[in-house]
Design a binder for this molecule. Structure first.
Ligand SMILES: C[S@@+](CC[C@H](N)C(=O)[O-])C[C@H]1O[C@@H](n2cnc3c(N)ncnc32)[C@H](O)[C@@H]1O
Length: 258
């Protein structure tokens, strides 16, 4: 993709819920988010995040931007593998819980900021990551472009997201996901909406092949994906090519304290 392009082109723009509604929903469930993640995924969510870290390879002295960082689980896994990490999330109640989870030696900073306007300069990171976040971003292509913008040429973009398995297991999974999970989610979070939103957005999510095409449409190279746990989740990656131009740098954000 010579001389292109994080600011133009790409595929279809699909409308997600209003950012204010997304923020409000995550603010309401922030206090129980980690507990619900572990319960509803039977603890597998942390294994998926470790898979992202493994895919990232040698992280020593790498700079990573983890967007939609939420309560910081992926950012923390990345820094414990040697990276210096900036975790960014626009919901204060979520990201404010992250600093309290750090341990001595973690090289991580958490800021409140928008995935569509990351508070870090162009080409400043070796890697940009997002776990279960891009699905919630109002314009996911713009979110991917923004991740690519902050990554230096030759660096990578890694996205972990839910997916929908096929076949008999897919049928069982959809039953769990649409009937059982929202009930448990509602009981534990005390929020009617949030755990209806989850299956609704996951079932409307593109197939791994189509999402990979979106990676390619914004100019990422060497794109590929790996299905995890029989296709319940999927890890996607792409590389920022050497020959691209990028829009101007963006403004810094304020660090969040515990
Ligand atoms: C399902 S949580 C994922 C959190 C975390 N990455 C994890 O692995 O648990 C989705 C997060 O995306 C954040 N988010 C959604 N849209 C965003 C945006 N435009 N900018 C920044 N954060 C956003 C929400 O605030 C929420 O914390």
């Amino acid at each position: 993709m010579p001389g292109t392009k994080w600011g133009q082109g790409g595929g279809t723009l699909r409308t997600m819920p209003e950012p204010a509604a997304v923020q409000s929903m995550f603010s309401r469930i922030a206090g129980r988010y980690d507990l619900l993640n572990r319960t509803l995924s039977l603890g597998i969510d942390q294994r998926w995040r470790r898979r992202v870290v493994r895919e990232a390879g040698d992280l020593s002295s790498s700079v990573v931007v983890d967007t939609c960082t939420g309560t910081g689980d992926l950012a923390l896994a990345l820094t414990r593998a040697g990276a210096r990490v900036l975790g960014v999330d626009f919901t204060h109640a979520m990201v404010a819980r992250a600093p309290g989870k750090t341990k001595r030696g973690d090289d991580v900073q958490f800021v409140q900021g928008d995935a569509l306007r990351l508070p870090t300069p162009t080409d400043s990171a070796d890697l940009a990551t997002v776990a279960f976040g891009i699905r919630n971003v109002a314009d996911r292509l713009e979110g991917l472009r923004e991740m690519a913008r902050v990554v230096r040429p030759g660096g990578r973009v890694l996205v972990l997201e839910f997916s929908t398995p096929k076949g008999v297991f897919g049928w069982m999974y959809r039953t769990y996901f649409t009937k059982v999970l929202p009930r448990i989610g509602r009981l534990v979070s005390k929020d009617r909406e949030a755990y209806d939103y989850l299956p609704r957005t996951v079932l409307a999510w593109p197939s791994p092949e189509d999402f990979q095409a979106e990676f390619e449409s914004i100019g990422l190279a060497d794109c590929n994906f790996r299905r995890l746990t029989l296709g319940v989740a999927c890890l996607h990656w792409g590389t920022v090519p050497a020959d691209c131009t990028v829009p101007a740098d963006r403004v810094p954000a304020e660090e969040v304290s515990a």
